[in-house]
Design a protein around this ligand. Sequence first.
Ligand code: NAG
Ligand code: NAG
Length: 210
Amino acid sequence: MSQIDIKSPKHCGKRGFSVDKVYKKFFFAFSVLFSSILSLILLVWIILHPSKPQFSLKETDIYQLNLSATQLLNSSIQLTLLSKNPNQKVGIYYDDLQVYAAYKGQQITVHSSLPPFYQGHGDSNLLTASLVGTGLPVAPSFGYEVGRDQTAGRLVLNLKVNGRVRWKVGTWVSGRYRLNVNCVAVVAFGPTIPTGPLSSKQGTQCSTSI
Ligand SMILES: *[C@@H]1O[C@H](CO)[C@@H](O)[C@H](O)[C@H]1NC(C)=O
Ligand SMILES: *[C@@H]1O[C@H](CO)[C@@H](O)[C@H](O)[C@H]1NC(C)=O
């Protein structure tokens, strides 16, 4: 009798202890797994740290830049951009891309949306956009500035792309980061009225910030 009495609490105690141990083991294994996944992601991110996507302006054509007497501008500009992913192990998703043209800090076309796309490792894509403005109000200095540029023989435009990017590493996709691209187009602009569009085919590199 006494032997059973002694054994049973010991048995109970042992069982309670082992259940606790299982929980502890499980908890320990879980934290090890969790922290190794975290550090793996961090390590991969540090090793692969993505470089900014590169953009360059391939062609700019100004079809129309007509100012009314009431300072309302009609514009029509087409551009071709080359977009390149310089990363060999990171893919890029481009979302919500919007393009517009600016002249001396003033927006001279409305925003034009580009379709979202994915760019694989080291891939390049050509992007074309048609930018227009109809009856856009501009500052009184606009006509004067354009006249000055015409005298100088060159028109300098800014072509801007705003959007968001997501990085893809393996099957993992990052959150969204804001992308701002600024391209400068220098277009020959003589005093004689051109027969075709004012065009520039230089391959200028654009600045990109994320
Ligand atoms: C732009 O204005 C010029 C005169 O300033 C005119 O000859 C030309 O037809 C206009 N272009 C368009 C597309 O309205
Ligand atoms: C701009 O376009 C509108 C609508 O097409 C037209 O009524 C207006 O005369 C144009 N203005 C200029 C300066 O070409």
